[in-house]
Design a protein around this ligand. Structure first.
Ligand SMILES: [Zn+2]
Length: 313
């Protein structure tokens, strides 16, 4: 039996957005996700001080996945702990922590193929330079199935929930069924209003695992994701909201899948629509968001369905 410990959200500013990390107040404290380079000093340290905790005492840095707004502050935070914290990431997303270039390669292989922005790769490279505090080797690679000790009988189990990225994981505080899922539960997406994932089948399986096996009593999200009507959930969901968010995420994935399959089966058509060659998908779903706004979940996700479709005989 593990004992219940408090969880505190830590919000760090990034332009007009807030970036969310979570502090697990255990004997060996953990921070889940690290925002960008400035987040540990500007967001986390003052928030921890306000609750009487010190950033240098953090012993676990738990990364849900490799996107820049989650790993950007990892090196800076690790430095602030005197390099005493364990830095944990799934092996499939570890390249994003090791190398800024990996972010450019991911862009080029996915959404970049559709955005057709001649400056696209240079912009991603500049963003990676600006918001990633340092390239580093993780101190602990996970694959899902591990249990991490936070001292005093408090444990966190690691669940692989790939789909948003190949190495997305959920960290679950054992005993209190508190799940930290990063961006693995997208509902209708964040600011861009479209859910983003690179592997649709894996994304669906991850959602089902969370709904049926983890069954979170508390669900902590990486962003305030939106419902169908556009209103955002917060980032701390209770059991009912968690179930709703998981169900709605599965529903919208089903709708996107049907529209994507119709479009792919009929053959992709280049048009002057900003959603080209997936104009029909946007039309069918009534999606009117700007598909070019980074991180461009529309093209990321549709590129994923296309890869899957091309591989299926
Ligand atoms: Zn992400």
């Amino acid at each position: 039996m593990t004992r219940a410990v408090p969880v505190h959200p830590l919000v760090s500013p990034w332009g007009r957005f807030g970036l969310y990390s979570f502090f697990i107040d255990a004997p060996r404290p953990a921070i889940v996700d690290t925002g960008i380079a400035s987040s540990p000093a500007e967001g986390m340290a003052p928030a921890l001080e306000a609750i009487g905790r010190r950033i240098e005492d953090v012993r676990w840095i738990l990364l849900t996945h490799g996107h820049i707004d989650h790993v950007g502050g990892a090196f800076a935070l690790w430095e602030m702990t005197g390099r005493r914290a364990q830095v944990v990431i799934h092996e499939a997303d570890a390249p994003f922590l090791r190398s800024r270039r990996a972010h450019v390669a991911e862009y080029a292989a996915g959404r970049g193929r559709y955005l057709r922005d001649p400056e696209g790769e240079a912009k991603v490279a500049a963003a990676a330079d600006a918001v990633i505090s340092g390239e580093m080797e993780p101190t602990l690679l996970v694959r899902g199935g591990e249990t991490l000790s936070l001292g005093g009988g408090v444990t966190v189990s690691v669940h692989a929930v790939p789909g948003h990225t190949p190495g997305s994981v959920a960290y679950v505080l054992d005993g209190q069924r508190a799940a930290f899922t990063g961006d693995a539960v997208q509902v209708h997406g964040a600011a861009n209003g479209f859910p983003g994932y690179t592997d649709p089948g894996a994304y669906r399986a991850g959602l089902e695992h969370l709904r049926d096996t983890v069954r979170p009593r508390h669900l902590y999200l990486g962003h305030p994701y939106r419902r169908a009507d556009g209103t955002p959930y917060g980032v701390e969901l209770d059991e009912d909201q968690a179930r709703q968010a998981l169900t709605q995420s599965l529903d919208i994935e089903g709708r996107v899948a049907r529209a994507a399959c119709d479009c792919l089966r009929d053959g992709l058509r280049e048009t002057d629509s900003p959603y080209s060659p997936f104009g029909r998908v946007a039309e069918e779903l009534g999606y009117t968001g700007d598909p070019t706004l980074e991180p461009s979940p529309f093209f990321t996700t549709l590129a994923g369905y296309r890869t899957h479709f091309d591989r299926t005989p």
